[in-house]
Each structure stands twice: as structure tokens, then as C-alpha cells.
Write a protein that binds this ligand. Sequence first.
Ligand SMILES: Nc1ncnc2c1ncn2[C@@H]1O[C@H](COP(=O)(O)OP(=O)(O)O)[C@@H](O)[C@H]1O
Ligand SMILES: [Mg+2]
Length: 196
Amino acid sequence: MPGLFVAIEGIDGAGKTTVLERLARMLPGVCTTREPSGSPVGALIRSWVLQGGTVDPRVDALLFAADRIEHYKREIEPMLREGCTVISERYVESSIAYQGAAGVPVEFIKLVNSAVPRADLTVILDVDPGTALARIGRRDRAEKYERGDFLRRVREIYLMRAREEGYLVVDAGRPPLEVAREVAEIIASRLRLRTV
Ligand SMILES: Nc1ncnc2c1ncn2[C@@H]1O[C@H](COP(=O)(O)OP(=O)(O)O)[C@@H](O)[C@H]1O
Ligand SMILES: [Mg+2]
């Protein structure tokens, strides 16, 4: 049976990387990965898009989608085929939330992401943007996607999508161990459902 594909979502500073590291230690058979990926398109996104290089947010949407197709086909799909529980830091919902908050119509974002499948399970780590920005210490020298007002819009879209799609929302304002335990239990119960 192919592995379970889990996407961990949330605004910058929500604690995604922290939770992924803990999940890899708490659960057996986990492979973790992240977006932007290690591909050349991912490198372009980190060096240029995230520094504010583009003039139209649709360019961002296209590049993130291109990186995601590479990421899925070259890394995620092979790991799933091997039976790994693949946990990705960010996936399609990041584009819907971030490029959506930047003004790209959701139908455009969905269309350019239609080449990759949905994750089996999407978990949103939800935290107040003020808390998140304090954690990453970037209140003043904010990058393109790390301003408080922007992150508030991103968070609202995540929560709206959770209501629409039934994604699980986890309170990420608590200590890392508590957050990781709750997410681990969600994943473990989903894995148990698949084996019965
Ligand atoms: N639950 C938490 N409570 C307090 N600080 C946290 C928590 N989770 C992560 N952090 C800290 O916040 C910062 C951002 O966490 P990180 O996991 O990199 O967030 P993300 O990957 O969502 O941007 C790091 O310095 C991390 O140690
Ligand atoms: Mg991270």
C-alpha cells in the first residue's frame, strides 16, 4: 500500500519545521520534505520570488506550482510508493493562502496546481500573526510575505479553506511538544484507519 501523504500548513513562524522534526522522531516510517523544494525552481523561488523580485503575484503562483510538480514527481511520489508516510512542510494550500492573499484569483491557483494530487491529510497549524512574528524575530525587517497585515490575510484564508475542505486546525500557540503530540495522534489515527 502506498504511504499516507500529509501536508502541514500554516503561516511563517507557526512552528511547521519544529513540528516536522518532532514528528519524524515520534512516528515510525516518516519521510519529511518541504517547499520550496531543493529543485532549481525551488532555489529560484528562495533567491528571487521571496525577496520580492516579481511584479505580478501570478508569476509567484506559477513558479510555486512548477516547483510543486517537480517536488511531487521527483520526491513525494517515489517516497509514497516505497510506503513512507510523507509529511511535507507546505503544499497546495500554501499557494491558495499566500498567493490568494496577494490577490491571485483562487481559480487560477487551483488550475495551475491541478497537475498534482491532493494530500491525504492537511493539518493547519494556527497561530496569531503577532506571536508568529515575535517567534521569528522579524517584526521590523519583514520580507515580502512576513508582514503582519499580510499574514493576517493568509491566516484568514487558511481558516476559511479549513471550513470549506474539512482540514484539521491545530492550536499552534502552545508549547512545541503539545502541538507535535496532537499532530502525531491525528496522523497515527489516520494510519490506523487505513490498516483496518
Ligand atoms: N510551539 C512553539 N512555541 C514557541 N516557539 C516555537 C514553537 N514552535 C516553533 N517555535 C520557534 O519559532 C521559530 C519558528 O519556528 P519554525 O518551526 O521554523 O516555524 P515555521 O516553519 O512554521 O516557519 C523557531 O525559532 C522555533 O524554535
Ligand atoms: Mg519552516
